[in-house]
Write a protein that binds this ligand. Sequence first.
Ligand code: URP
Ligand code: ZN
Ligand code: ZN
Length: 479
Amino acid sequence: MTTVHLETRMPDFDVVIRGGTVATAADVFDADVGIVDGRVAALGARLGSAETEYDAKGKYVLPGGIDSHCHIAQLSGTGLMTADDFETGTRSAMCGGTTTLIPFAAQHKGMSLRDALATAHADAGPKAMIDYALHLIVSDPTPQVLGQELPQIVKEGYTSFKIYMTYDALKLNDREVLEVLALGRREGAVVMVHAENHDVIAYLTDELLSAGKTAPKYHAVAHSWIAEREATHRAISLAEIIDVPILIVHVSGGQAIEQIRSAQARGLKVFAETCPQYLFLTESDLDRDGMEGAKCVCSPPPRDAANQELVWRGLETGVFEIFSSDHAPYRMDTGGKLRNGPKAHFKQIANGVPGLEVRLPLLFSEGVRTGRISLEQFVALTSTNAAKLYGIYPQKGSISVGADADIAIWDPDCEVSISQSMLHDAMDYTPYEGRTVRGWPVMTFSRGDLVWADGNVNATPGRGRFLRRDKSYTIYNRA
Ligand code: URP
Ligand code: ZN
Ligand code: ZN
């Protein structure tokens, strides 16, 4: 990549990215991209001069990714802090071509939503290097929360929240789910649902543990696909009763997909998200030697190869709206996954896998390069659909005149062997160690600033801005 400074006359643009192949969710075309004041000002052939120019010949020029499901500076239900804060989390994201994060402000029982927001903002404000919004996690839907706090907070730009049907400390019962869904309908917020049947998981866990089956691989047995299918069906049914759209997050396999597909076929606004762990890991990864399997313990767990195929089919055929990381970073040390010692049983292992930085390269390599999905689908699944669903479109999620110049330049031939040592998060492992991908973002721009280029990070903590969000464009503006 060459950088040319032109000094002879007043330039037309601050930045021009020249000669690349631009892709949006709708089109792929050759164009220069002109940037003024951090926004896209022009797209076209042979754009005029710029203060700084970047040569993108032979490269793809894509909207920066939006990772709309990641856990950053967040306490888990069991009180464990994620390894990544907003500095390391945003740094890692932008080095993997992502330019916007939407993590969670988590309410724990007895806590107000305002306190949850204040906690998240206190970390994000001084540390974030790229722009971010926040979802809420609602775990204690008291009359005060549902009647006063949450409606006001939605109006202030937090237009989505996640609820859980499992985890001891977070789960809501069906009555509570209905009440939260009704609020989502009244206020026009997006409700994200973690759909697994809690009692089934608790029962199977007890059975397995009393039979001495404690290894990480039994996590995948306890978190059975039947528990996921049943809860997915129930969540859809509860949303149908309230007549409100929902999003089922981190869908792991065929049976849950079938529930979603059939609801979509009936005309229900049921959206779905999946994540790298369901395409690139299987349940056999939980059976790695010793406690190595703990690295891949997440919920729902990765399934088998046949289910991986069905998740790919769901991406190809449009069942899925969103491809996010569900980055939930707990290190493999005594402050993280092994908090309960090297012989912890599977229920004591923190749930979650990291994936912020490798989310896009994994899907690009195995999805776009293999021809399973088009470049337009890649952009839609990793950026545009999230911008639209979560109310930050068209500021984010596209390369169009007026949009923020959040752009990643991809070298489609760059071959990378993934290893933790090259990543920029605060983790001590990646479950994808040793996997080779082709295609990597070599430059990332955030509002026109070059924040990642050829292996170098160039952003200061605190430059990221908080995004107050509108109502969902997908739900309220789509015919
Ligand atoms: O195992 C996972 N997915 N951990 C993160 C929390 C959640 O449920 O998304
Ligand atoms: Zn979840
Ligand atoms: Zn999650």
